[in-house]
Design a binder for this molecule. Structure first.
Ligand code: FE2
Ligand code: FE2
Length: 280
């Protein structure tokens, strides 16, 4: 569990690209609901993968680690999102009700193979966006950014890359059909962008309430640039993801990923609690 402190953070935490910060924040609002859903689906998948087969036992163990990592992610994003609420984005709980309803509806009405394909749809999107967070190419827009949310994202994407095979393995073990994976990918993608888009438009509308017409014009240009910058690596990665023989195992480790993990572990982890002394 990392130790980010959002008590002095603000929504526009990237001075060079505040609209990009708000696009990431809109993702952060959806993420705790999405990740609770991922955990519920993957717990169902783990229960389905019964038996002593070593491959199934390995996937079950990977799912258990996955669930622990996602639980840390939604706890930290939840703390960040509370900061947003304190900072005057007070209609967020209203928007979040629809997000919760989306995941509840899926859990109540869809088959387990579809739900895993949906989860894999989300998980497969991290590797294409990962390298930008580790190789220094985002440094110019991150100049003077608040290090707490910036490193929250580096930590989260670092761990997403780490567990990139888990949903894919579970899907292959339980169903493995190409067209269901294809359908789950697009269903997830469209649903996620609809929910994130709605939150993003709301966050920008709050910011623009106090802007001059010149500032609003600049904000609109910044928002267009942010959306293009956000989606370019995703669209670029889609051909690989949608290939029938796609496997996240074939994705090379992004440059700087390992160094990012060492940096986060050295500088941002909560100190380990001392183990209880044995009696006597
Ligand atoms: Fe996550
Ligand atoms: Fe994940």
């Amino acid at each position: 569990m990392p130790s980010f402190d959002f008590s002095d953070s603000i929504g526009r935490w990237m001075p060079r690209a505040p609209e990009m910060a708000q696009l990431l924040n809109a993702n952060s609002i959806v993420i705790p609901h999405l990740e609770r859903f991922l955990n519920r689906v993957m717990a169902r998948a783990r229960a389905e993968l019964k038996g002593d087969d070593p491959e199934k036992a390995r996937i079950r163990a990977d799912i258990s680690t996955f669930i622990k990592q996602e639980s840390c992610h939604y706890t930290v994003h939840g703390a960040f999102n509370e900061m947003m609420l304190r900072n005057g984005y007070d209609r967020l709980p209203e928007l979040e009700k629809d997000i919760v309803a989306h995941y509840d509806r899926l859990l109540a009405t869809k088959s387990l193979p579809f739900l895993i394909a949906y989860c894999e749809g989300f998980e497969s999107l991290t590797p294409p966006v990962a390298s930008g967070w580790f190789d220094g190419s985002m440094d110019p827009i991150m100049k003077n950014a608040d290090p707490n949310p910036a490193n929250m994202w580096r930590w989260h994407i670092m761990e997403e890359f780490e567990h990139r095979t888990v949903c894919h393995d579970a899907f292959e073990a339980i169903h493995g059909g190409y067209w269901l994976r294809f359908y789950g990918f697009f269903y997830q993608f469209v649903s996620m962008e609809r929910m994130v888009g709605r939150v993003y438009r709301y966050l920008l509308s709050v910011d623009r309430q106090t802007m001059t017409s010149e500032e609003i014009k600049r904000s609109k240009t910044g928002a267009r640039r942010s959306v293009i910058g956000f989606f370019t690596p995703i669209i670029g990665g889609m051909a690989k993801i949608l290939h029938p023989r796609y496997t996240p195992r074939a994705i090379p480790e992004p440059k700087g990923w390992d160094a990012t993990r060492s940096d986060i572990e050295a500088n941002w982890m909560k100190p380990q609690q001392a183990p209880a002394l044995a009696e006597g």
